[in-house]
Design a protein around this ligand. Structure first.
Ligand code: G3P
Ligand code: CA
Length: 265
């Protein structure tokens, strides 16, 4: 049985809220998140050839006629014909299917601003080696234009940055040192990993990492780092990570997380 112990857990809707028919990373998925009770939304970022940040997980997106386009070698115009990703969480290796339109990241910032920022935005940058720092530079410039780059209180920042690449986070930290950063970890040691990762606000282990190493959360907290676990959807797993004391749960099923928080498992 989960014992909440008065901890505040941040519930992060993975790729927008997709518990219904919403396709992930679409405007609809973020509008649904705004209409429902979540603490934060997650968004993956890629860069188009003409330098625009778009909310896309996979390297390619699919056009309605069945063709696919690589995001990094396409312009936003190339991608504006109605593309998208599969509704709900994609199984590993699954091809994205035509769904909604590609969402520009700036549109998502505007949407959250229009609603008065009722939730945080947790942004994951993809592929630091492909873009050679251009993505992180474009991101910091955009956040600066929107006045989001210098939160007075780092922990209360509207925007959090995540990456599997320590290099990407170091670039962001150099250009916008007040923004909170979370180093994501799967089973492998990430690019540029240094023991302890001083300078990051938090670490983002996969559920697999926490299953293998139940003392992970305690050690991170001793280093003063938050722990944001991904992607946890099943009630027994949700109860398990809450019992371990994680600070944030990234999930495709926010309603299940709230249910376990409130009713236990
Ligand atoms: O938030 C971390 C998680 O989203 C990482 O995995 O593949 O869903 O981007 P992925
Ligand atoms: Ca992600």
């Amino acid at each position: 049985m989960f014992d909440q112990k008065d901890r505040a857990i941040t519930v992060v809707a993975h790729r927008g809220l997709t518990e219904g028919s919403e396709a992930e990373h679409t405007l609809e998925a973020y509008l649904t998140a705004l209409a429902r009770r979540v603490d934060a939304v997650e968004c993956d970022l890629r860069l188009t050839r003409d330098g625009l940040l778009v909310c896309v997980h996979d390297r390619h997106v699919h056009l309605p006629d069945g063709r696919r386009r690589r995001v990094s070698t396409s312009t936003i115009r190339d991608l504006s014909q109605g593309v998208g990703e599969e509704p709900g969480p994609s199984p590993p290796g699954a091809e994205p299917q035509p769904g909604g339109e590609v969402l520009q990241f700036e549109r998502l910032l505007e949407l959250l601003a229009d609603h008065g920022w009722p939730m945080q935005l947790h942004v994951e940058t993809k592929h630091p080696t492909r873009y050679g720092g251009r993505l992180e530079r474009a991101l910091v410039d955009l956040l600066t234009r929107h006045g989001l780059h210098q939160p007075a209180d780092r922990m209360a920042s509207k925007v959090w940055l995540m990456s599997f690449s320590a290099l990407a986070l170091r670039r962001i930290h150099a250009w916008a040192p007040r923004l909170p950063t979370v180093l994501l970890l799967d089973r492998r040691v990430p690019i540029g990993w240094q023991s302890g990762q001083r300078g990051v606000t938090g670490v983002g282990p996969s559920l697999t990492v926490l299953r293998r190493d139940p003392a992970f959360v305690r050690r991170a907290h001793r280093r003063g780092q938050r722990v944001h676990v991904w992607t946890v959807n099943e009630p027994p797993d949700i109860a398990h990570v809450l019992d371990l004391g994680v600070d944030a749960v990234i999930t495709d099923r926010p309603s299940q997380v709230f249910r376990v928080v409130e009713e236990g498992w």
